[in-house]
Design a binder for this molecule. Structure first.
Ligand code: C2E
Ligand code: CA
Ligand code: CA
Ligand code: CA
Length: 278
């Protein structure tokens, strides 16, 4: 894949945020971080809304920066997308997440993992092969992997994206539309996109009980997804009342602070062990 502009004049827009100097450092250090294993993966469990049993984990990337401390994805994912570093970053995340998945498998836990995939990967015709190679390398069957994609990634080049998505689907990995309802023209694309799952954005679910329009949108999205025979994950579920409300609406899977925050792998294991024993 063609690597785009490295550090970028094109990336740096003075006044865009308050941390411009730090932001530049971030971009120039990111390549080094990917090559030297400074990216850390956290795992946030998802559970069956009815039984409460854990059915997978979303992989969320953080950066243990040597000087700036632990950085959240909002501090470096946008920069990675603009500089072309998102492809090696995604490769890193896939590789480490599947290695972890294999380790858990050997320990007796089969935890399917969901990995976030940005626009550039969906426009790269070699991406499905990269995914296949990573699965083979770590001896994991394709069905343990879900790729979370955003609508905006599809809309940037729908034709190319649907070709890549079709190949991924043929490979047997699961596909999920992330942050559904926050992009554009979403409903038209849903018809043609070969996806299995819809994630309702937390901007709708978190306030669904207190804000009437969020509640109405959540209900409509659930109906739409189910009519299209998609599995529905509600993200940003922070309390039991919301969990119960989603259960009553027939939502399939919940994710959010009510269950657990994203955790480093070792803490995730402890959490899983405690939960299975009780
Ligand atoms: P996302 O994919 O929508 O991920 C969900 C975000 O919601 C995560 O933020 C998660 O920590 C947060 N969250 C989960 N449950 C709750 C809750 O109950 N309440 C609230 N208020 N928040 C909750 P995080 O980890 O900061 O990630 C932010 C975004 O960064 C992600 O949004 C995703 O778009 C992106 N990202 C993270 N890791 C990766 C990655 O490896 N690759 C790519 N391309 N993007 C990533
Ligand atoms: Ca996601
Ligand atoms: Ca999301
Ligand atoms: Ca989001």
């Amino acid at each position: 894949a063609a690597k785009r502009a490295r550090l970028g004049t094109s990336v740096y827009e003075p006044g865009r945020d308050d941390h411009s100097a730090a932001q530049l450092t971030v971009i120039s250090d990111l390549r080094h971080a990917i090559d030297h294993g400074e990216l850390v993966l956290h795992y946030q469990p998802k559970a069956d809304v009815r039984t409460g049993s854990v059915c997978g984990a979303e992989v969320l990337c953080r950066w243990q920066h040597p000087r700036l401390g632990l950085l959240g994805p909002d501090r470096f994912i946008p920069a990675a997308e603009e500089t072309g570093l998102i492809e090696p970053l995604t490769q890193y995340v896939l590789d480490h997440a599947l290695a972890q998945c294999h380790t858990w498998h050997l320990a007796g836990w089969d935890v399917p993992v969901s990995v976030n995939v940005g626009a550039q990967c969906l426009h790269d015709l070699t991406f499905p092969d990269q995914v296949a190679t990573a699965l083979k390398l770590h001896g994991r069957p394709p069905e343990v992997l879900t790729l979370e994609i955003t609508e905006s990634a599809i809309i940037a080049d729908p034709h190319r994206a649907s070709e890549v998505l079709l190949r991924l689907r043929e490979l047997g990995v699961r596909l999920s539309i992330d942050d559904f309802g926050t992009g554009y023209s979403s409903i038209a694309y849903l018809r043609t996109m070969p996806v299995h799952e819809m994630k309702i954005d937390r901007s709708f679910t978190t306030n669904m009980r207190t804000d009437a329009s969020s509640g109405a949108i959540t209900r409509s999205l659930l109906g739409l997804a189910h009519n299209l025979e998609l599995e529905v994950v509600a993200e940003g579920v922070e309390d039991e009342e919301t969990w119960n409300a989603l259960a009553a609406l027939g939502c399939d899977i919940v994710q959010g602070y009510c269950l657990s925050r994203p955790l480093p792998a070792d803490e995730f294991e402890t959490w899983l062990r405690d939960r299975t024993l009780t």
